[in-house]
Design a protein around this ligand. Structure first.
Ligand SMILES: O=P(O)(O)OC[C@H]1O[C@H](O[C@H]2O[C@H](CO)[C@@H](O)[C@H](O)[C@H]2O)[C@H](O)[C@@H](O)[C@@H]1O
Ligand SMILES: O=c1ccn([C@@H]2O[C@H](COP(=O)(O)OP(=O)(O)O)[C@@H](O)[C@H]2O)c(=O)[nH]1
Length: 476
């Protein structure tokens, strides 16, 4: 999906029409105001949209979600083969539900409390109100017996509200981020209510087996239900929980990587950098979970120690804008940009830069060109549900070249076992792995890449959605 795309005002859908509905906080496109004051659409940030876009483009269903503009009410519309049903959020709800409860309470709590979570009762109230609204929008559009697939931590109460309104529906839920261990989850004042919200679903999917077992342990502790292996019995109902690691549209990425335009663009990127021997690449939303500071520290020490030299090596760091009104994200931006400034000030020459820092969000074709241009991909997240960037990089390496340095704290590390796996907190270990990646032999890189490519060619996002949905339908 391009950054902007063809959107048509479509006829209003009849109520209760759709047999398949996906519901997520975000729609795949955000409503934005152009420089000339006109309304436009832009691709929404993040991996959830990357993964579900291709699934929904091939399906006949509808996608219910927020369109990114506070206080604007919109009718259902069509966009690139998808039927989108917008849910309205007021400016206050964006602040309390999205920036507050979703991204300053749940996000840090579910990501190993890397930042301290905040607990505010007004945020929780807004979360409940907004979850009810999403559930109502789905209840209004779903056909009798329809399948509804609820996505992610922003909507954990939707399964319960939906089951109360529409017991005829089959409800699945997929959590894109980690589910925390009991000892951390226990901090949440509304821990029981959230679990009960999730248990409105028939099937709960998580990225890693560990996330599923963390969840089951929390249910055992806080809910009056019987838990046996992956099955929870609650009253008359059975709810199942399991791991369904998400993936990418491997064929789409491989096809883009094979186009002459994208390949030429990759060469151009290297030329524009002065043709360094080695290009290192990091691509992340500017989020404290992604370990950008750890990566910069390791890179800067390698330059300082003379193990790497500007002129031979450049690090491209794409840090795409994210949740910019949340305080911890503002602070992170200042810190990262200060660090990049210091590194470049110290090590740049007139001809060469140490870090090419890009605070932008690029369309997919440009992402693929960047992956092709990079000899080494750096994924150093402190905690990440999956990390699709790691899989996308592998998908572009048709020649089996390149090296992936990958944090063991990502979901992707479960599948990409032949990456150079690192603990980002261990800066010396990270530095050694970065050097190993820079110096890797062609035969060693081909051996690793071949095995990783086999994994993601076999396990693409279509297979992920089919496995989840057939498990939901089969009720076993
Ligand atoms: O919607 P935003 O607040 O702008 O955030 C963007 C998305 O970030 C998160 O993505 C996650 O989903 C990816 C695909 O499963 C996964 O690879 C990654 O590890 C997750 O962090 C978030 O979960 C989404 O809801 C957001 O839309
Ligand atoms: O400028 C950018 C930066 C990132 N992405 C995409 O955003 C997604 C990031 O997903 P990931 O799972 O790695 O992390 P998330 O942002 O969801 O936490 C990937 O598909 C990237 O290709 C993009 O399209 N343009």
């Amino acid at each position: 999906m391009p950054a902007t795309g063809k959107t048509k005002k479509s006829t209003k859908k009849n109520a209760k029409e759709f047999d398949f509905i996906v519901v997520s906080n975000r729609l795949p496109v955000d409503r934005v105001r152009n420089a000339d004051g006109k309304d436009d659409w832009r691709r929404s940030p993040g991996g959830l949209v990357t993964a579900l876009g291709p699934v929904m483009a091939k399906s006949d269903g509808a996608w219910v979600g927020w369109h990114g503009a506070p206080g604007e009410k919109l009718d259902a519309f069509g966009h690139e083969n998808m039927k989108l049903i917008p849910v309205e959020l007021s400016a206050e709800e964006v602040e309390l539900y999205y920036e507050g409860f979703a991204n300053a309470t749940l996000w840090p709590l579910y990501h190993d409390v890397i930042a301290p979570p905040e607990f505010h009762r007004t945020w929780w109230e807004a979360y409940r109100t907004v979850n009810k609204r999403f559930a109502d929008a789905v209840a209004h559009s779903a056909a009798q017996g329809a399948i509804v697939w609820v996505q992610d931590y922003q909507l954990q109460l939707v399964p319960k509200y939906l089951r109360e309104a529409r017991p005829d529906l089959q409800i699945g839920f997929f959590n894109h981020i980690p589910f925390p261990p009991l000892e951390i989850y226990a901090q949440l004042p509304w821990r029981r209510a959230l679990l009960e919200g999730l248990l409105g679903a028939d099937l709960l999917g998580f990225q890693r087996p560990n996330d599923a077992s963390n969840f089951l342990r929390c249910v055992r502790r806080y809910v009056n239900a019987t838990v046996k292996q992956n099955q929870i019995t609650i009253g008359e109902r059975t709810v199942r929980a399991g791991a369904f690691p998400i993936s990418i549209d491997t064929a789409q990425i491989s096809a883009l990587a094979a186009t002459p335009e994208v390949q030429e663009r990759a060469k151009q990127i290297r030329r524009d950098l002065g043709n360094p021997k080695t290009v290192l690449l990091g691509v992340d939303r500017l989020d404290y979970t992604k370990g950008i500071r750890h990566r910069l520290k390791a890179f800067s020490e390698l330059l300082e120690e003379g193990r790497l030299n500007v002129g031979d090596v450049t690090l491209i760091q794409v840090a795409s804008p994210s949740r910019e009104r949340v305080e911890s994200y503002r602070m992170l931006r200042e810190e990262v940009e200060g660090t990049v400034g210091r590194i470049n000030g110290t090590f740049d020459t007139i001809q060469h830069t140490a870090v090419r820092y890009l605070h932008h969000s690029y369309p997919l074709a440009e992402m693929v060109a960047l992956y092709l241009a990079a000899d080494v991909m750096l994924v150093t997240a402190l905690r990440d549900g999956m990390n699709l960037v790691a899989k996308e990089y592998v998908a572009t390496r048709a020649n089996n070249d390149g090296a992936l340095v990958l944090s063991e704290f990502t979901g992707a590390a479960d599948q990409l076992r032949q990456a150079l796996l690192i603990n980002p907190h261990d800066i010396d270990g990270l530095k050694d792995s970065m050097m190993a990646a820079v110096e890797i032999s062609a035969s060693e890189s081909a051996r690793r890449m071949r095995l990783m490519r086999r994994q993601i060619l076999d396990h693409d996002v279509e297979r992920w959605s089919q496995e989840f949905l057939s498990s939901l339908r089969s009720k076993t």
